[in-house]
Write a protein of this length. Structure first.
Lengths: 91, 192
């Protein structure tokens, strides 16, 4: 259990949130021109690394807004949160 | 046909905790993003929807609760005569006015959620003891802030909590979960 600072509501318990997987995955501009393997790569393949990861989260039991988070998956340390559409503040 | 009948209709008294469902009151969900929407709501209701998070605004008749940057819950303080309930809610002038001037003008959306949420009123010194028994939210600042609003989980059930006054708050819970939540509150309050 850890605290997440929702960019809209403020600091809340993690149980109010839902994880939405890896962030900043760009949808291909011409999906019909992709092979099945390329489409599967976009649709299913995620990094799931041990370390600092860019993720999407939803404050599902609060304001129901999506936002991005930079989290270290090895120790759950949250480096930063930022709104959807904003560029990642760290690389 | 909307169902305005309350699933629970009792008042419970425990040591410094009193809670009861409140007679159906008008509840309207307001959704909109632009400044025109907020200005229009302000003109119709004479209340500006709060743009800062976790607060509410209101007058003696109506309250507007902040739910998210583009969503608010409007509810009335008036208790409605049960005999004329359907007539009142179905022909409500306020809702019609909001609908005509906002939904039809495509400024935002207006949805009557009177039957969707059940409102439970809690009073007494120990109400926050009851809430903290099943809620991950930190009430330290909330309980001293009149008009504060939060959406959180209570016994794993989604709720909206409005701090009307010191030791006096309203909890909004979805109708289908209301009986379960009320039973849990009853059970927990008996042990405090």
């Amino acid at each position: 259990m850890f605290l997440i600072n929702c960019p809209y509501c403020g600091e809340r318990d993690q149980s109010e949130f839902s994880a939405g997987g890896e962030a900043h995955i760009v949808r291909p501009k011409q999906p019909t021109e992709l092979s099945d393997d390329q489409w599967a790569e976009f649709l299913f393949m995620r990094k799931n690394i041990k370390g600092v990861q860019f993720e999407r989260w939803n404050h599902i039991h609060g304001c129901r807004k999506w936002f991005n988070m930079v989290r270290d998956t090895s120790n759950d340390k949250i480096h930063t949160v930022y709104k959807m559409g904003e560029k990642p503040p760290i690389k | 046909m909307l169902n305005y009948n309350l699933p629970i209709n009792v008042t419970k008294d425990y040591s410094e905790i009193n809670f009861s469902t409140v007679d159906p009151v008008l509840k309207i969900n307001l959704r909109g993003k632009n400044r025109e929407f907020i200005t229009k709501i302000g003109k119709i209701l004479s209340i500006i929807p709060p743009t800062d998070p976790n607060i509410s605004s209101g007058n003696e008749n109506l309250n507007i609760l902040w739910l998210s940057p583009d969503e608010w819950l409007l509810y009335s303080n008036d208790k409605i005569d049960p005999v004329n309930l359907h007539a009142y809610l179905n022909n409500d002038v306020l809702e019609e006015k909001l609908y005509n001037e906002i939904s039809l003008a495509k400024l935002g959306s207006i949805t009557n959620v009177s039957d969707h949420w059940v409102m439970i009123n809690l009073k007494g010194k120990n109400i926050f003891e009851l809430l903290t028994a099943g809620c991950p939210f930190n009430f330290n600042k909330f309980k001293n802030t009149k008009g504060a609003v939060t959406q959180t989980l209570l016994n794993h059930i989604d709720v909206i909590i409005h701090n009307k006054d010191i030791n006096d708050l309203n909890i909004f819970v979805r109708r289908s979960f209301s009986e379960h939540l009320f039973l849990w509150m009853n059970d927990t309050a008996a042990r405090i």
